[in-house]
Design a protein. Structure first.
Length: 136
C-alpha cells in the first residue's frame, strides 16, 4: 500500500507512487538533455523548457496533451481528465490508471506525444531568486 502524506491542516492526502511505478516511469523517459526529471509535489515529473510534460500522480501517469490528442487519449480505458483536487481540473492534462499493467509501447507513445507538445510551448522563465535581505 502506498504511503500517504496529509497536509498540516488535515486537508488533502498525498499518496506516494509505488517504487515499481517510479522505476517504470524513469525507464520510459527518453535519454535527452532537453528533458529534466524532477519531483513535483513528491512525484517524479518530466519538464521541457521549464514546462511540465508528464509525471506520476499517485498510482497513475499524467500526460500533458494538446486538446485534439487529449480527446483521443480520454477514449482509452482507465483514462480521465486530471483533477488533482475535487472541482479543480487541470485543462490539457490526462491521467492514465494502472500503468504497470499496460503495454509499455502504449505508455511510450503517449509520453512521446506529451514531450513533443511540451516542446511547442514557450519556455518558462526561471523564478527570480528570493532576496535574503532583511527589511527593517
Amino acid at each position: 500500500m502506498p504511503a500517504r502524506l496529509t497536509t498540516k491542516s488535515g486537508g488533502m492526502t498525498w499518496e506516494k507512487s509505488p517504487a515499481d511505478l517510479e522505476q517504470l516511469f524513469v525507464r520510459l523517459i527518453p535519454k535527452d538533455p532537453g528533458i529534466k526529471v524532477k519531483p513535483m509535489f513528491g512525484w517524479p515529473c518530466c519538464f521541457v523548457n521549464g514546462n511540465l510534460s508528464a509525471g506520476l500522480h499517485k498510482e497513475s501517469i499524467l500526460f500533458r496533451l494538446p486538446e485534439a490528442e487529449l480527446q483521443q487519449f480520454l477514449k482509452l480505458d482507465g483514462a480521465e481528465e486530471f483533477e488533482p483536487m475535487p472541482g479543480r481540473k487541470m485543462r490539457g492534462y490526462g491521467l492514465l490508471a494502472d500503468p504497470q499493467r499496460r503495454d509499455p509501447g502504449l505508455l511510450t507513445k503517449w509520453l512521446g506525444r506529451s514531450l513533443t507538445y511540451a516542446r511547442t510551448l514557450p519556455p518558462k522563465k526561471p523564478a527570480a531568486p528570493k532576496s535574503t535581505k532583511k527589511v527593517s
